[in-house]
Design a protein around this ligand. Sequence first.
Ligand code: PEP
Ligand code: MG
Length: 763
Amino acid sequence: MIARTATHEHRLEALTRIIHEVDVAPNLDAALGVIVRRTREVMAADVCTVYFTVHEQRRHVVAATDGLSSDLVGRVQTGFGSGLIAQVAGSSRPVNMAQVPEPLNQEFLAQAGAGDYRAFLGVPVIHKRRVQGVLLVRQREARRFDDADEAFLTTLAAQLGSAIAYARANGEMCNVCRAEADEPRRFDGSPGAPGIAIGKGFMSFTADLQAVPDRTPEDPAEEEQRFRRAVSSVRAEITQIADELNEALSPADRALFDAYALMLDSPEIVASVIQRIHQGNWAPGALRQTIDAHAERFERMGDAYLRERATDVRELGTRLLLRLQGGGTSVEDCPPDSILVGRRISAIDLGLLRPGRVRGIISAQGSALSHAAIIARALGLPAVVGVANLPLSALDGQEIIADGNTGQIYLRPDPALRQAFSSLIEQERELSESLSSLQNLPAKTPDGMEVALYTNTGLAAELSLATAVDSAGIGLFRSELPFMLYDRFPSEQEQVSLYREVLEAVAPRPVNLRTLDAGGDKPLSYLTIDEPNPALGWRGIRLTLDHPDIFLTQLRAALRADIGLGNLRLLLPMISDSNDLEQALVLIDQAQRQLLAEGLAVTRAPVGLMIEVPAALFQLPQLAQQVDFLSVGTNDLAQYLLAADRNNPKVSGRLDPCHPALLHALRHIVHTAISMHKPVTVCGEMANDPGCALLLAGMGFQGLSISATAIPRVKWAIRSVSAARLKTLAEQALACDRPEAIHRLLEQTLREAGLERLYRPPP
Ligand code: PEP
Ligand code: MG
């Protein structure tokens, strides 16, 4: 038996160390290994075991153990009903027994299959209110685990809970999940963009080694050559960087480059990758396996300096991967009829998609308000986002159903399920077809109230969609999206061509060109914004006011593009006070004066203010009087009002568009705007939902700017409900103190109007 340890200080030290080791563990298996090994050691217990809870199958499965045979992993399991493990999982509290009563002990031992143990301490592993598993220790002789033992195990369980959730969200597999890998499975995420897609998973893994799937190479010899070319080119790159920096580098720093070069020559890496290629994995997959194995060896070392070397190994792996991808991204290789799957699908990935290749999107991270989801909606692609528990690399090449209406994913569906979803797709198609008869008809209630429906856009590829439908113009052109597709700031002339194309395609209808709103979840690869809290950081107008050069170039380009058309309107993002607004207006004037002085016949474009920072709510009259129109960005307004990061799936459920605080803010905005005779629209995602669109219209918003693909449904809803009913709906909703009650009202209103097919459950 391991010797009993010691004092509280030792415990604390041990805890800190274990938490650090779990933090840096490269995958869940390694993290579990650390936990069971170290816990058993520190608590001087005979056994430490982690069970995983598999909710779909109502069972707990051994995921890792120290002290019992590792053969039990993935094989020993217990149901939700009775027994010690079920008791811990169900109690949300530690279960501590110096001597487990005999029948219960026999039941446990029958399940655990080994040994003669008396004492038991088990704690539930919980993440986001959901049990993820159980962490337990056992002792042969009777032993009363004390308060400190309980506290120790509880702290580790909390750490383990987030490690499991993180690993699941990133699609990492542990032994237990792997055992289930071939079964049909369902995963729950959030609805990202409506619609249902059935197709084969295609993994997007741009320079993300952990996300690389295993694939069988067509020609291993060619794959080996491809890898050798990547090695030579990375070696040349490293030598070049080291030579260029030679003067500036200290001998110690220089040694790092030498170490990279040595690793590239070492058999551990190059030869192992080649061996794995010939054993049947393609080069990126063989590289991932090799780098993982090599880095893990460093990560296990006691010495902090050597542990840190694991980072260098991983960095080298990423560089090699980039070369294997030819510097580009895997998204461009996506075959037809794919469901694009990734850890974090970005707006850029979607911008690079070849039209017609992808049927749907699955992103393990992100929420419905992430920009990738917004673009998926604009492109009419069903999307599921924020999916915990997703075995990312195992989805590659597998048949998947992505249900963007409910946020569910079905992996390897059986024929009956596939058939059921195929009929749903057919029904959706029929509905869309029948709604095409509404084209060219106004979004007017039966008693004559008209709501102008504009389109949100930002990518040229969407333009055909945006113009194909009969919208009143472009209510929000997210100009940062084209910026994200460049590898440097686009020049003034490049921007003129880009904006001209949009303005011409839409004229005489207006285009609200929102000035660059980079930052947050829309970083520019060529502008380093390294911030701990990007949503509260340097984004939107804050960035462009600090860079008048960038701002003026954009304003000049927009004004030049508008010459002879006159349908440009400028929209300013993230304004939080009069200083922001006045400085932006000065720069707009300056751009116009410069161009006039250059002899160009530019005209003054109307200027609008985005209301999306809560501070603007309380200065509305002062701000509104300086602009021509207002546009409410409910995505950010909700994020800041409710203090919930729109990209964080852990809290995205809180970003309910029907939150009473948001509705009261919206009412304040619309009342102020109407009293000041300033046109006001909503351009946030909530307006895409037919129920919410009715609510906004009832509040008095005269315009909504939404995805082109959402227009027919929202128009159908508005044409089906009278203005009088909409006003009552708004009054009733504003009297509610909970989002759920408001959702019920919306559902009821849609049902009454025969629009139940438009109802979408809350996030
Ligand atoms: C918003 O914040 O609601 C908005 C429309 O802008 P974006 O989603 O691009 O931040
Ligand atoms: Mg915004």
